[in-house]
Design a protein around this ligand. Structure first.
Ligand code: ATP
Ligand code: MG
Length: 390
């Protein structure tokens, strides 16, 4: 436990409150993984927590839900023990009630492995069998799975996501409920589903994608998830390539837009899926054209997608990637902007005007890319004069 977390727990305890680290950070540290962030739960009410940390910067991030953020070494979310009220429409609870019992706070949490608390002295508070499930690598709902998925359908996606990121299996009753209630996912805000999907894809996702293909289909009916497809998706290194593979055979742009992915991710996925296979060869001109058309990051995505869909062999991919790097490092001319002459020079030196300027520039670029002429003003102008105009 980092010192600033220990310190926060200590201050709350000294003021007479209970306080524990809770949720994902407990799970991850018990697994020997570095927690992404530390959350604290406490018997102190939000105003009481604010008073305890009066000497620090405190941001009332979600006081209505019991959360304040205290800025110590790092921002730390401290949430009052709470019971979630009635849920409306498979989404967040309408209102929450504070409680002074830790076990009630743990009971509202989604999975047993996420429902453990850790004291400042390192004691684990485990009321729902989280430790056993952690040891057996099992995702199991706290309480009745169907009820929990009825309350909040995002938990369906989270179950599948944790199975992938932790490499766990989903316990039988929980799995049955995941399948049975999958359509409730359609009621969840698409951004939240997207965030879970992204994390799922970053994990050991192949077996999960196959086993829960029906769940994916609830939010992404276009996905075709054969075993081979799922393997490829797991092997892909970038999110965009994973998404391009996931939406293979449909319109990636439309699907990813619907899922509200950022424009850069969509552009890269579309580039990877749509770049003409005939243009993907491990030779200099082809790789220069690819780099000119897509830029470096997207070009690599194109190559990876091509390798995973057998457009490129493994050696072809390695050679093509090495060429791309060479081209970038040398600063080869791959775009009009890098050409050593521009439209003005063509006008001044050769008297070209109008559409001819663009056409000639483009033919010069193609000649440079093909290695027919060096990218130097004299050579370019001479080439323009000899082969294009006359
Ligand atoms: P990670 O941060 O690695 O994604 P996490 O378990 O910390 O995993 P968070 O989304 O940060 O996930 O949530 C923190 C904790 O809040 C969870 O461990 C769980 O106890 C609880 N929690 C989060 N979302 C839900 C939910 N939809 N239903 C019930 N409990 C939840
Ligand atoms: Mg977390």
């Amino acid at each position: 436990m980092p010192a600033y977390v220990r310190e926060a727990l200590g201050r709350l305890e000294q003021s007479g409150y209970e306080a524990y680290a809770v949720g994902g950070c407990v799970r991850d540290s018990l697994l020997g993984r570095e927690p992404s962030d530390w959350d604290i739960c406490t018997s102190a009410l939000p105003e009481q927590t604010q008073a305890v940390f009066h000497a620090h910067r405190v941001v009332p991030t979600g006081v209505r839900h019991g959360t304040v953020t205290v800025i110590l070494d790092e921002p730390l979310e401290i949430t009052t023990y709470r019971i979630d009220g009635a849920y409306s429409d498979c989404r967040r609870p309408a209102q929450v009630t504070f409680t002074d019992r830790l076990v009630e706070d743990l009971r509202r949490r989604d999975f047993t492995v996420n429902a453990m608390a850790l004291s400042r002295e390192g004691r684990v508070f485990d009321a729902f069998g989280g430790l056993d499930d952690l040891n057996q690598k099992i995702i199991r709902c706290v309480g009745d799975a169907e009820t929990r998925f009825e309350e909040d359908a995002l938990r369906i996606m989270r179950a599948v996501r944790f199975a992938a990121t932790l490499g766990f299996t989903v316990e039988e009753a929980t799995e049955r409920a995941v399948h049975k209630r999958r359509d409730n996912l359609k009621k969840i805000a698409v951004e939240r589903v997207q965030a879970e999907l992204t994390r799922l894809l970053g994990g050991h996702c192949a077996p999960v994608l196959v086993r829960f293909a029906d769940v994916l289909a609830a939010v992404l009916p276009e996905a075709v998830l054969t075993e081979a497809a799922a393997e490829r998706i797991e092997r892909a290194s970038s999110l965009a390539v994973k998404l391009a593979l996931l939406t293979r055979g449909s319109d990636p742009e439309a699907v990813l837009r619907r899922l509200r992915y950022p424009n850069a991710v969509i552009a890269q996925a579309v580039c990877a899926a749509r770049y003409p296979a005939a243009g993907i060869r491990p030779d200099l001109p082809a790789m220069r054209r690819l780099l000119g058309a897509c830029g470096e990051a997207d070009a690599l995505a194109v190559l990876e997608y091509a390798a995973l869909t057998d457009v490129l062999s493994a050696e072809g991919y390695a050679r093509a990637a090495a060429l791309l790097e060479q081209i970038g490092a040398r600063g080869d001319c791959v775009t009009l902007a890098q050409l050593a002459v521009d439209g003005r020079a063509l006008g001044a030196q050769l008297g070209l005007t109008g559409r001819a300027v663009g056409e000639v520039l483009d033919r010069l670029l193609q000649a440079v890319i093909d290695g027919k002429i060096p990218n130097e003003p004299g050579a370019l102008l001479q080439y323009a004069q000899s082969t294009i105009i006359y």
